[in-house]
Design a protein around this ligand. Structure first.
Ligand code: ZN
Length: 449
């Protein structure tokens, strides 16, 4: 940086309306000449750049750690029509890595502040913010975009987005209409690990095709916590879930506050006692805090790498000048640096993208509870709060629904009834709705004897 009061000169002086001579030279280099990595059908031209600048419309989901990086990378790569959706407000703990935000922004919507920052800093760029949930928008909103990039920390939201893009696909006589495909670029990070993937819905592996790759949620069975702890985490969970409500160390009605060091200290000491009882080692203050707070560590450099990889894929697809990632890249810099790309394969009978009816094999004497457990526990379904309906004697009947308390109460007795008692028949269709998808998933009941 020059240490004078002179304004900084960018690329040889500013022109009018935010354009200046040579502004996009770094992008043109990739689009206006052939190279060893260009697409076989690539024809160098100035049209690709004009398309990026004038026409191409990108949706960024999430304005957090990945989202801030993505918006910056895309805007500097020439994309000017960008929408961003985020339902969160800025917390002070975001500021170490979500670099579009300042202390004065704490409490305000991430999407709004991120958009303002980019629009103010990068001339000609128009980021449109949406301080909303992805579920607040319908098909017509998503259909307007050329490419969608996800920088999310939630698997449910990712699966929902995936389901939404699959629902936009148009099949004619079983043949997919390619113009109905909106590519999905998905980035994810956890600590020093990350991944970037390119999904062409209906053509390549979708999020649900590879659901088994996601680590299961870290929830320990209560019986383990209560009577057979094996890990230091089990001991902390025991204190948090069972001992705290029983001993009320800070008085009646005082909940455990993960940000109160005295509370954590108490949990830490009791966890150590519990651990000693079962000869378990490894309970530390830090671990205690991590378990209580359910911390997923966020590392700025990992976010930067993954967002850059995702933005590069957006650029490759939008310009058609380069062959996209095929299709799953993992990145790990816990110890040195490791990266690897593989082709995640479509799952033939994927419940989301395969068009293959999903069979449920149960005996007529199986309880509805068993079906519910299957839907939530099966590694390739992993539903969260499935609502099951069936058409019985020409009427739609809700067999179980837990998201509305009154209906849950009314339908709960069905869980202990057998499928036969509920009047379900072999070959019966069951429609299942869940937060992991915007669409109802149809299952076919297949009775086993
Ligand atoms: Zn799939």
């Amino acid at each position: 940086m020059a240490d004078t009061d002179e304004p900084m000169v960018v690329d040889g002086g500013s022109g009018d309306g935010g354009e200046w001579e040579g502004r996009w030279n770094h992008i043109s280099t990739f689009l206006e000449r052939p190279g060893p990595f260009t697409h076989p059908d690539f024809e160098p031209s100035t049209e690709s750049l004009q398309f990026l600048l004038d026409t191409c419309k990108i949706l960024v989901i999430g304005a957090g750690g990945l989202g801030c990086e993505l918006l910056k990378d895309l805007a500097l790569s020439g994309f000017r029509h960008i929408h961003v959706v985020d339902m969160d407000t800025i917390d002070v703990s975001n500021l170490n890595r979500q670099f579009l935000f300042r202390l004065k922004d704490v409490g305000r919507p991430k999407a709004d502040i991120a958009a303002d920052f980019i629009n103010g800093r990068i001339p000609g760029c128009n980021v449109v913010p949406h301080f909303k949930k992805i579920q607040d928008f319908d098909e017509s909103f998503y259909r307007q975009f050329h490419i969608i990039v996800c920088g999310l920390d939630s698997i449910i939201a990712r699966r929902w987005m995936n389901g939404m893009l699959l629902s936009l696909l148009v099949y004619e006589d079983g043949v997919l209409d390619p113009s109905s495909i909106i590519p999905l670029i998905d980035g994810g990070t956890e600590g020093f690990k990350g991944n970037a993937r390119v999904i062409f819905p209906g053509m390549t592996a979708c999020i649900d095709c590879t659901l088994e790759l996601y680590p299961p949620q870290i929830n320990f069975p209560m019986c383990t916590i209560a009577s057979m702890p094996r890990l230091p985490e089990h001991c902390v969970e025991y204190v948090r879930m069972l001992l705290w409500p029983k001993e009320k160390p800070f008085g009646d009605g005082v909940g455990l506050d993960a940000d109160d060091p005295e509370h954590i200290q108490w949990v830490y000491q009791k966890s150590q006692e519990r651990a000693a009882e079962f000869s378990i080692t490894g309970v530390t203050y830090r671990l205690t805090q991590g378990v209580v707070k359910r911390i997923i560590p966020a590392v700025a450099s990992t976010n930067a790498v993954i967002a850059a990889a995702c933005a590069t894929e957006v650029f490759k697809i939008a310009s058609s000048a380069y062959i996209p990632l095929n299709n799953y890249m993992v990145f790990n810099d816990v110890d040195g640096l490791y990266t690897y790309t593989f082709e995640a394969e479509r799952k033939e009978n994927c419940s989301s993208c395969s068009q293959v009816p999903q069979d449920l094999h149960f005996s007529p004497s199986a309880k509805l509870q068993e079906v519910l457990d299957y839907l939530t526990e099966n590694a390739s379904l992993q539903m969260k709060s499935p609502a099951i309906t069936a058409t019985l004697e020409g009427k739609n009947k809700t067999l179980y629904l837990q998201t509305v308390a009154s209906i849950e109460q009314r339908t709960r007795p069905n869980l202990s009834k057998s499928l036969k008692e509920l009047g379900l028949l072999d070959g019966q269709e069951l429609a299942v709705a869940d937060v992991t998808t915007p669409q109802t998933v149809l299952f076919k009941l297949s009775f086993t004897s």
